[in-house]
Design a protein around this ligand. Structure first.
Ligand SMILES: NC(=O)c1ccc[n+]([C@@H]2O[C@H](COP(=O)([O-])OP(=O)(O)OC[C@H]3O[C@@H](n4cnc5c(N)ncnc54)[C@H](OP(=O)(O)O)[C@@H]3O)[C@@H](O)[C@H]2O)c1
Length: 426
C-alpha cells in the first residue's frame, strides 16, 4: 500500500481534528483511498500545552521550519494560520519538494500569486479546500463540478461568527454587543472578533472564491469590505417589517463594466434562499450559465468539518491528482474592477431625526436632488420634538449618489447621529 508521510504544522483546533481523523480513522482511510498516512512530526508553539488529542511527545517540536523542510515527509499540512510565519513555512516546504495542504485563507488571499508561482517553479501542488467554507467542498465544486460553466455570480454567507450574531439579533432580539458576547461564550467568536465581524475573514474567502470563479487573481484590495458592527436592533426590526433579514454577504459578480466584489451587511428578502441560512452555518450560491443557480450549505468552520476538508485534500494529494491546468493566481490579470461608486443597488436608509414638520420633505428633497427616489418610508413613535428613527427604502441608485446625499442629509441640524445605509440585494 502507498505510504504518505506528513509534516503537520499546528495542532490547534484544526490540527487536532486532522490528527484525530488520521489516527482514529486510519483503516477507513486506507480502505477508501488505498493510502496509508503517517504523521512524521508536528510543530507547535508550546509543546507542553494541554490539547484536545493525546499525542506522543516525541512527535512534537517547536521547530516548524525543520518540519517544513524535513526530507522524510512527502507533504506538509500548514494549520498555523495568519500570514507570517506561515508563509515562510509554506514556501520552505514547496522549495524542499513537498506538496502543501493549507486551510489558511488569509495567506492565500494575500500571497496567493507568490505561493503558486513558487509551487509551479518547484513542480509542487498546493491544496486549499479547507480555506473556504470549512467542511463544504466548495473549491472542488467550483473547479471540478462546475468546469463546464461560466460563473456569473457568487453570493455567500461565509463567516459563521457574523451569521451567528445576526441570527441571535434577529430571533432573540439581542443588541449587537449581547449577541457578540453570547457568540464568544459559545465558542463561535474569538476574544478579538475583529477579523470576523469587520468582514475581513469573508473578504479573504471571497478573494479565493472570486479568483477561482472568474479565473484571474482577485486581490484583497479589489474587495470593498464592511462589517456588521454598526447594525443594531432598530435595523434588524425595521428590515423585518419590510420583509427582509440582514446578512453579511460576500458578493462577486461579473458585469459589463467589470467585476463587482464586496463584503457588506445586506438586506435580503425573507424569500431568498440565503435568508434561511441561520446560526453558524455557511452557504454559497453560484449562478452559472449551464447549471443555473446552485447552493452549497453546511458547517463553515470548526474542528471536525474543517479537518474533514483537509483530509480530503490529503487523499487527493496522495492519489496523485494533478494540479489544475488553469490556476487563476498564475494567470495574467485583465480583470477590470468596477468602481464602488458606480454600483447600482436599492438601499435601506435609517436617519435619526428630530420630529418636526417638513423634515420628511426636506430629506426626500435632498435624495431627489441626487437622483435617488424613495420606494417606502416608515416613521414611528411620532412625538413632535423627539428624536425618532426615519426609515426609507430607495429604488435602484448609484452608490456614489446615495453616499453624497446621505452626507448632505447628515449635516442638517434636525439629524442626530450618523445615518445608517445598508444595501438591498434583490
Ligand atoms: N478554526 C476554524 O474553525 C477554521 C476554519 C477554517 C479554516 N481555519 C484555518 O485553519 C488554520 C488553523 O486554525 P486553528 O483554528 O486551528 O488555529 P489555532 O487553534 O490557533 O492553532 C494554531 C496552531 O499553530 C501552532 N503555532 C502557532 N504559531 C506557531 C509557530 N510559529 N510554530 C509552530 N506552531 C505554531 C499553535 O501552537 P500551540 O497549540 O502550541 O499554541 C497551534 O497549535 C488557520 O489558517 C485558520 O484560518 C480555521
Amino acid at each position: 500500500m502507498k505510504k504518505i508521510k506528513i509534516g503537520l504544522l499546528g495542532l490547534g483546533q484544526i490540527g487536532s481534528g486532522v490528527y484525530r481523523i488520521l489516527t482514529r480513522k486510519k483503516s477507513l482511510l486506507q480502505k477508501k483511498s488505498g493510502v496509508s498516512f503517517e504523521i512524521e512530526k508536528i510543530a507547535v508553539k508550546s509543546p507542553g500545552k494541554k490539547r484536545a488529542v493525546s499525542v506522543p511527545s516525541k512527535l512534537l517540536t517547536r521547530d516548524a521550519m525543520s518540519v517544513a523542510k524535513n526530507g522524510r515527509a512527502d507533504c506538509v499540512i500548514e494549520l498555523v494560520g495568519g500570514v507570517r510565519p506561515a508563509k515562510d513555512f509554506v514556501l520552505a516546504a514547496l522549495k524542499s519538494g513537498k506538496d502543501v495542504i493549507t486551510a489558511n485563507k488569509a495567506l492565500l488571499a494575500e500571497c496567493g500569486e507568490e505561493i503558486f508561482k513558487i509551487a509551479s517553479r518547484y513542480g509542487r501542488r498546493v491544496f486549499f479546500e479547507a480555506s473556504v467554507g470549512g467542511g463544504i467542498p466548495v473549491i472542488k465544486a467550483l473547479r471540478e463540478g462546475l468546469v463546464a460553466n461560466e460563473i456569473q455570480s457568487v453570493l455567500g454567507i461565509i463567516n459563521g461568527t457574523s451569521n451567528y450574531i445576526l441570527t441571535r439579533m434577529t430571533h432573540d432580539y439581542l443588541e449587537f454587543g449581547q449577541a457578540l458576547a453570547q457568540a464568544q461564550r459559545e465558542g463561535y467568536a474569538e476574544p478579538d472578533p475583529s477579523l470576523d465581524i469587520d468582514g475581513i475573514d469573508s473578504a479573504h474567502k471571497l478573494a479565493i472564491l472570486a479568483s477561482l470563479a472568474f479565473e484571474e487573481p482577485v486581490r484583497l484590495r479589489d474587495i470593498a469590505c464592511e462589517g456588521i458592527r454598526a447594525i443594531d436592533q432598530n435595523d434588524i426590526s425595521f428590515a423585518n417589517q419590510f420583509g427582509y433579514s440582514i446578512k453579511l454577504l460576500a458578493i462577486a459578480k461579473k458585469t459589463a463594466e467589470g467585476l463587482e466584489a464586496r463584503v457588506q451587511p445586506t438586506l435580503l428578502s425573507k424569500d431568498h434562499i440565503l435568508s434561511k441560512v441561520d446560526g453558524a452555518y455557511n452557504a454559497i450560491l453560484f449562478r452559472a450559465d449551464e447549471v443555473g443557480d446552485m447552493l452549497l450549505y453546511g458547517k463553515g468552520a470548526g474542528s471536525k468539518p474543517t479537518a474533514s476538508a483537509v483530509v480530503s485534500d490529503l487523499v487527493d494529494m496522495a492519489q496523485g491528482r494533478p494540479d489544475k491546468k488553469t490556476n487563476p493566481w498564475l494567470t495574467k490579470r485583465r480583470l477590470k474592477i468596477k468602481s464602488g461608486s458606480s454600483i447600482q443597488s436599492r438601499y435601506y436608509l435609517r436617519f435619526s431625526v428630530i420630529d418636526k414638520p417638513k423634515v420628511l420633505a426636506r430629506i426626500s428633497g435632498i435624495l431627489g436632488d441626487h437622483g435617488v427616489s424613495i420606494s417606502d418610508v416608515i416613521q414611528t413613535e411620532r412625538k413632535v420634538g423627539n428624536v425618532v428613527p426615519l426609515i426609507m427604502l430607495t429604488h435602484h441608485a448609484g452608490e456614489g449618489a446615495v453616499q453624497d446625499a446621505v452626507k448632505t442629509i447628515d449635516r442638517l441640524p434636525v439629524i442626530k447621529g450618523k445615518s445608517h445605509r445598508i444595501r438591498i440585494e434583490d
